[in-house]
Design a protein around this ligand. Structure first.
Ligand code: G1P
Length: 286
């Protein structure tokens, strides 16, 4: 069955980006002139999704407002004859069907995914952790959906990192089955370099079969006392094959200041209206 729905998880407090995230959702930080969350929504559309389920939480209302109609702004732009900008603003609120569910507490990624269960129901679906942005030829979720369509099982996006960084991520024990495709034999959340089964780590995209929901219902809190999606996938792979896709493209972690800055500069360097000035400015600074 076709993957139609994407869950975008946006309930986290963004502690790596304090103090700005005290009153500003990290998902609304700009990358050049679009908020981080919009890159995820655009990637979902590019991968053929029909509906986005956004998991939000207290303090995240700016996200809902962003994708809503803005009548006063539209009226103002209309009066001033700003036709192009007006069209862009209208397109924003018509991009895709978005519905919102609230995660009432910082109970973990597994819990956030479970919160969307009643909207997803009984079909395979995509999960986005929007901090992770991948810039490449083929949208990241598209790469995962291609693997799903070939192997008909859950698929996780993975990237190789240096051994000392495994402690930040979910890490898989891979069995290679095709170019850049693995069957996941085991998965561990944030292992030390010594415990890590490989250097292939989970990045923020998943395609999951609906069997994950029953497993999540029964998953006790794990690392950091949170309900971990990784722990539920570890049980899932004992019941059905789970795959991993070593994706192509450059990944940025926009959830901390340094990763966000790198993403901002790299994306700005691809903008013909900004790149020449930015290049000159950076040369001047150096
Ligand atoms: C989460 C997942 C982890 C994954 C990471 C990717 O961790 O639990 O398995 O590798 O996202 O960004 P978090 O960064 O929320 O602690």
């Amino acid at each position: 069955m076709k993957i139609r729905k994407a869950v975008i998880v946006a309930g986290g407090w963004g502690t790596r980006f304090l103090p700005i995230t005290r009153s500003q959702p990290k998902e609304m930080l700009p990358l050049v002139d679009k908020p981080v969350i919009q890159y995820a929504v655009e990637e979902a559309i590019a991968a053929g999704m029909e509906q986005v389920v956004l998991v939000t939480a207290l303090g995240k209302r700016a996200i809902e407002d962003y994708f809503d109609r803005a009548f006063e702004l539209e009226y103002y732009l209309e009066q001033r004859g700003e036709k192009k900008l007006l069209q862009e603003m209208r397109n924003l609120s018509n991009m895709i069907d978005i519905c919102y569910v609230r995660q009432k507490g910082q109970l973990g990624l597994g819990h956030a995914v479970l919160t969307a269960r009643h909207v997803i129901e009984d079909e395979a679906f995509a999960v986005f952790l929007p901090d992770d942005i991948v810039d490449g030829k083929t949208p990241l979720l598209r790469q995962l959906v291609d693997v799903y369509e070939r192997y008909k099982g859950s698929v996780i996006a993975v990237e190789r990192v240096s051994r000392e960084d495994t402690v930040k991520y979910g890490v898989i024990d891979p069995k290679e089955i095709a170019d850049r495709v693995f069957q996941v034999m085991n998965i561990v959340e944030k292992p030390t370099p010594e415990e890590a089964p490989s250097d292939l780590t989970v990045m923020g995209r998943y395609v999951l079969t609906p069997e994950i929901f029953d497993i999540l219902e029964a998953t006790p809190p794990g690392k950091n006392n949170e309900i971990q999606l990784t722990d539920a996938i570890q049980i899932l792979l004992q019941k059905q094959a789970v795959y991993a896709c070593e994706f192509e493209g450059t990944r940025y972690d926009t959830g901390n200041p340094w990763g966000w800055l790198k993403a901002t500069i790299s994306l700005a360097m691809k903008r013909p209206d900004i790149a020449p000035d930015l290049r000159d400015y950076l040369k001047q600074l150096l």
